[in-house]
Design a protein around this ligand. Structure first.
Ligand SMILES: NC(=O)c1ccc[n+]([C@@H]2O[C@H](COP(=O)([O-])OP(=O)(O)OC[C@H]3O[C@@H](n4cnc5c(N)ncnc54)[C@H](OP(=O)(O)O)[C@@H]3O)[C@@H](O)[C@H]2O)c1
Length: 244
């Protein structure tokens, strides 16, 4: 019988992260779910004091909190660490507060950097995998999401360099628009999200990508095309975005 794997997921209290947690729980893996909400507010048997680590990833002490939790649970090795937590802001930078900019960079970039650094020894013990959940927005201009897109581009750069440094096995996964609470939380009209695929569907595809060997995986062929065009046909894409 295969032994249980230890799977750490950040941002596991909602959307794609929660859907991923459910998939890995169904596979019988040992979960470490990181989120900012209190355990009592979650009110779901998925989250227990042994599986849920409360850490606000916008705060400097987030890595310590995660490591203290791992220590308390006597976990010294991790097979899969999915850095999924994310936040954003909808609107122009001119309208955005300095605090919001700081928060997005803290959660989307600084926390994955800090956690990657702290988790390397845990991942090395199992020859495990670090997964960075990016976004196709990193590849093309995204007016009204500029800071979010910039944070995802930086995350992509982090992953590419980690891969070349070669200390751990790393994978970058770029989902496209997904129907989650993210849009409502960042102030976007969530009516527009009705046509997006569900978090469960996207999480299923993410787990398939994780089981696969691609270093950079984009979820869905349309998104793969959009990412390709954004990367390699910059002039055309910029002009198209300007006129829409
Ligand atoms: N939805 C999309 O269209 C889309 C497209 C491409 C990429 N993505 C990426 O997919 C990932 C998951 O997003 P999602 O759509 O599932 O959004 P979501 O439903 O809002 O889930 C985001 C998760 O991150 C957590 N989080 C946010 N700020 C945090 C903080 N300061 N400390 C700890 N946890 C925090 C949230 O906690 P709370 O439950 O407390 O809010 C939640 O668990 C993100 O990296 C996002 O950028 C999403």
């Amino acid at each position: 019988m295969q032994s249980k794997k230890t799977v750490l997921i950040t941002g596991a209290t909602d959307g794609i992260g929660r859907a991923l947690a459910k998939i890995y729980r169904a596979r019988g893996e040992r979960l470490v779910m990181v989120g900012r909400r209190t355990l009592s507010a979650l009110n779901d048997p998925l989250y227990t004091k042994d599986t849920y680590c409360r850490a606000d990833l916008s705060q400097n002490d987030c890595t310590n909190r995660v490591c203290e939790f791992l220590n308390a649970q006597k976990i010294d090795a991790i097979d899969l660490a999915i850095q999924n937590a994310g936040t954003g802001y909808f609107g122009s930078i001119a309208e955005q507060s300095a605090e919001s900019i700081r928060d997005i960079l803290a959660v989307n970039l600084m926390a994955p950097l800090r956690l990657t650094h702290a988790l390397i020894p845990y991942l090395r013990k199992t020859n495990g995998k670090l997964v960075l959940i990016g976004s196709i927005t990193h590849a093309f201009p995204c007016p009204d999401y500029a800071v979010y897109a910039a944070s995802k581009e930086a995350l992509n750069t982090l992953g590419r360099n980690l891969k070349i440094e070669g200390d751990i096995n790393v994978q970058i996964i770029h989902p496209g628009a997904t129907r989650t609470g993210l849009h409502r939380k960042i102030g976007m009209d969530s009516e527009k999200t009705k046509e997006f695929p569900s978090a469960e569907k996207v999480a299923q595809k993410i787990t398939q990508a994780i089981d696969g060997r691609r270093f950079i995986a984009t979820i869905g062929w349309r998104n793969a095309w959009a990412r390709f065009l954004g990367r390699y046909c910059e002039g055309i894409v910029n002009a198209m975005v300007r006129t829409t």
